[in-house]
Design a protein around this ligand. Structure first.
Ligand SMILES: [Zn+2]
Length: 196
C-alpha cells in the first residue's frame, strides 16, 4: 500500500468551548467582537499562543460558524492565525470553500488582520470584516510585525464586496496585547524586518 500524505488537523485549546461554541447566536456586532476579544484574553491567561481571537458568524442568523485562536507556536504552522483558523472551521461547517455563496458572513477579529490574513480574506467569500485593535496597537503593545499591508488594504476589500469596520471595542482588545507584551510573550514571525 502506498503511504498516505496528510496535514495534521488543528485542535484548539480545551478552554475555548468555555467561551463560545459553534451554533451559538450573537445578535449584535459588539457581542460577536466581545467573544473574539475574550478569546484573545484567555489565550494570554492560559499561555496557549499569541494574543488573538476570531469568530466567523452567519450574519442572517447571528450564529457562530467558525472559531479561531492563534496556534502558530503550538502547531508549528506559520499560517495558524486566529482568523485563518476561524474561516477554515467555517468552511468545514458550511462544507464549502466559498462562504459567501448566497450568504452574508462576517469575520470578527480581536485585531486588524496581518498581511497574510488580509490577503486570505479575498478567497473565503467573507462579506464583512470587523476588527478591534489596530495594526499599530499590535506592533506597539505586543511587538508583532504585521507585514507590509498596502495603504489601500481596506479599499481593495470593499471593491470586492467586503465591508470593513475597524476599532470596534478597541480599548478592550488592547488589554490582551499589553498583557502579552508585559509577560514577554513570544513574537514568532520569521523574516521580521531588522530593527534600523
Ligand atoms: Zn494573520
Amino acid at each position: 500500500m502506498r503511504p498516505m500524505l496528510a496535514l495534521k488537523k488543528i485542535i484548539l485549546p480545551e478552554w475555548v468551548t468555555d467561551e463560545v461554541r459553534i451554533g451559538q447566536e450573537f445578535t449584535s456586532e459588539a457581542d460577536r467582537m466581545g467573544v473574539a476579544i475574550k478569546l484573545s484574553c484567555r489565550q494570554v491567561a492560559e499561555g496557549t499562543g499569541g494574543p488573538f481571537g476570531a469568530v466567523v458568524c452567519d450574519l442572517d442568523t447571528g450564529r457562530v460558524i467558525g472559531i479561531g485562536v492563534n496556534q502558530v507556536t503550538n502547531s508549528c504552522w506559520s499560517g495558524a492565525h486566529a482568523e485563518f483558523i476561524a474561516w477554515t472551521m467555517a468552511q468545514e461547517t458550511m462544507n464549502s470553500y466559498d462562504l459567501g455563496c448566497g450568504n452574508s458572513v462576517g469575520l470578527y477579529s480581536s485585531a486588524q488582520p496581518c498581511v497574510s490574513c488580509w490577503g486570505g480574506v479575498f478567497w473565503t467569500g467573507i462579506t464583512r470584516l470587523v476588527y478591534a485593535a489596530t495594526k499599530r496597537d499590535v506592533e506597539q503593545y505586543a511587538g508583532f510585525d504585521e507585514g507590509p499591508l498596502p495603504n489601500d488594504w481596506k479599499e481593495s476589500l470593499v471593491k470586492r464586496g467586503v465591508s470593513v469596520q475597524g476599532e470596534l471595542l478597541r480599548e478592550d482588545a488592547v488589554v490582551a496585547l499589553k498583557e502579552y507584551g508585559r509577560l514577554g510573550g513570544e513574537c514568532y514571525n520569521a523574516n521580521n524586518l531588522e530593527a534600523e
